[in-house]
Design a protein around this ligand. Structure first.
Ligand code: 48C
Length: 280
């Protein structure tokens, strides 16, 4: 039976032969054995600036249950309020590193400057401590396993709002003067800015490139339509990801609950929810 595709309802591989990761298309036991053999160390980088500090506890608690269980994980939490970080009891071979970073005034700058800050920490710290980096938004929670199946040299995740859309409908930056420009007749997938990763070396290149793109637009007093997400999409158009994550890996129930998304593994936490956050 291994000769036949394990699923026929979805695209399992990109035109440039990068796997697209869907439930039911991989054997996690084989993958875990491979990555344990290699003794991989995984870093999870997340920013909790200003009012977003309220999301970090649930983010970490759910990551403890579902993110790379059984492997060595470093959580890198970048925040302007280190004293507000929760002290969570972590499983073995897992540690929390809190790094203080400045809070920009505009939320657009906070989200875009993540590229610069990740780049800087990549060469100063991450390079010595982990082999792979996963970079995630914080107003999210893990609701099912996210394991080593996502790891590759450089990977992106398909945005849940656009996985059935045609490229002309992608919310790419369309002004040719912008460093995030993508023409209407180009674009493989619309990748979310909420989740990407890869080897430390590849993440250095990606974040450095996106940071310089943001600076180039700033010089022209321009800002891409969806900020770091626009620059990421431009990057992935010319430097194709070696693995693509299905929307299982960044789901938003705003887009309903389609059966083709068999597992919602990492989901957006609605903002108002944060105000009435329960202890679940
Ligand atoms: O930490 C903050 N604080 C802010 O005031 C604005 C953004 N951010 C970080 O940037 C959080 O890590 C957010 O998850 C990320 C930007 N992404 C979002 O705001 C929604 N997930 C789109």
């Amino acid at each position: 039976m291994s000769f036949f595709p394990r699923r026929k309802d979805i695209l399992m591989v990109t035109p440039w032969l990068a796997p697209i990761v869907w439930n039911g298309t991989f054997d996690i036991d084989i993958l875990n054995a491979q990555f344990h053999q290699r003794g991989v160390r995984i870093g999870l980088t997340v920013f909790a600036i200003k009012k977003y500090v309220q999301f970090i506890q649930q983010f970490l608690e759910t990551a403890e249950k579902f993110f790379m269980v059984g492997h060595q994980v470093n959580y890198y939490v970048l925040t302007d309020q280190p004293s507000k970080m929760p002290n969570i009891t972590l499983g073995e071979r897992r540690q929390l590193i809190v790094l203080e970073v400045p809070a920009y005034k505009r939320w657009q700058d906070i989200t875009m400057r993540r590229m610069q800050i990740i780049r800087d920490y990549t060469c100063e710290q991450y390079v010595n401590e982990v082999d792979y980096l996963v970079c995630a938004d914080v107003d999210m929670k893990y609701t099912d396993h996210v394991g080593v199946e996502i790891l590759s040299e450089v990977f992106g995740a398909i945005h849940p709002g656009f996985f059935m859309a045609s490229r002309k409908d992608f919310t790419n930056e369309r002004r040719p003067q912008s460093a995030g420009y993508i023409p209407h007749d180009e674009g493989d997938f619309y990748y979310t800015g909420s989740y990407f990763g890869g080897t430390v070396e590849e993440i250095y290149k990606l974040t450095n490139h996106c940071h310089h793109a943001m600076l180039a637009d700033k010089e022209k007093n321009m800002e891409a339509l969806w900020h770091d997400e626009s620059y990421l999409n431009r990057y992935f158009l010319y430097y194709k990801p070696t693995k693509v994550l299905s929307p299982e890996y960044v789901w938003n129930y705003y887009y309903g609950d389609p059966t083709v998304i068999q597992k919602k593994r990492f989901i957006v936490v609605p903002k108002d929810y944060a105000k009435v956050r329960d202890k679940r």
